[in-house]
Design a protein around this ligand. Sequence first.
Ligand SMILES: C[S@@+](CC[C@H](N)C(=O)[O-])C[C@H]1O[C@@H](n2cnc3c(N)ncnc32)[C@H](O)[C@@H]1O
Length: 336
Amino acid sequence: MEPGGHACISQDHQPPEGLQAFGEGRNTFVTKETDFYGSGEAAVRINGRRDAPSTHTSSTGQALTDAGWLDTHFEACRPEYEAMLSSVGIEPGWHVLDAGCGSGSYLPLLTELVGRSGRVAALDLASDNVALVEKRLSGWDLPCPVEARAASLRTLPYPDDAFDAVWCANTTLHFGNEELPSVLAELRRVVRPGGLVAVKDIDTNLLRFYPADPFLVFHLSESGLHAERVTTESRGSLRGRELRRWLERSGLTEVWQRTTLIERWAPLRTVERQFFGDWFAYLAGLAEERRVPEADLATWRSVRDPAAPEYLLDHPEFYACEGQVVSVGRVPGGVR
Ligand SMILES: C[S@@+](CC[C@H](N)C(=O)[O-])C[C@H]1O[C@@H](n2cnc3c(N)ncnc32)[C@H](O)[C@@H]1O
């Protein structure tokens, strides 16, 4: 047994029978073949996801929270996402919470950052995501223990000062402006004085697909704020670059923020093509529900159809850009 108490795979990361390895280098990810399509070109496997609803809901009913979407997104953006987490300042020996852990993509790197003397807790509202994380933990060879549980960020099931840091990736967008201060206060409550609260979120104002109209996504985002059914996420996904101010207002100190543009050009890797195909299908579904300009609607209908004569992902000059923001603040008082 490893220090983490989990059954392990062999040191050379050969997956047990029935499991598939993907990813590169030290954080090789191991999962069940049917859960996923991986990152390495050869490992990518498309299995029935095309039949899945393009909203990618988990058991909570929230869009874009199921493991298939989360895994594909993470693998398509892995270098930038891992660099973002590595920039936070998490130290060896720390006890860290992954708040809104999804399918657990950040857990291998988090456990490496805290090392053998550290500990990690993983929490998510969706019980199916937590069940999958527990299954994956039993197949991973991680340097330290990870405890997963289902609960809400609204009332974290941990005492005050339980952690040295919290990492909360693409989860605060599920809260409206009215609720975000209390959620940030809850994240702050469970971190010791001197510890870190790190929040990562998308800013969909930075999303761009070329050669589509430069305002295609802007129109969709704007229509989301005026839709009959305005979702919390319509606003939350536009809040990325505001995070620094929200963290400052929550009483954190030494707050900093960095925005990363994740840019991809044709020819795409298989997992990138899958990722953008998923994005297009989801966004095109939103466009149908909202009042976007007619010309945009025609574009959205063609981008969701791989058989369309000018399918965007087949364009030799295709370019896509997604903007992700990390903001980090320190809980006042205490020692570093
Ligand atoms: C977009 S996913 C991001 C997952 C993961 N952090 C990642 O970046 O791959 C958002 C996650 O937050 C979870 N979530 C949403 N609302 C939550 C809440 N109130 N408390 C805890 N988790 C929540 C969802 O179930 C989902 O797994």
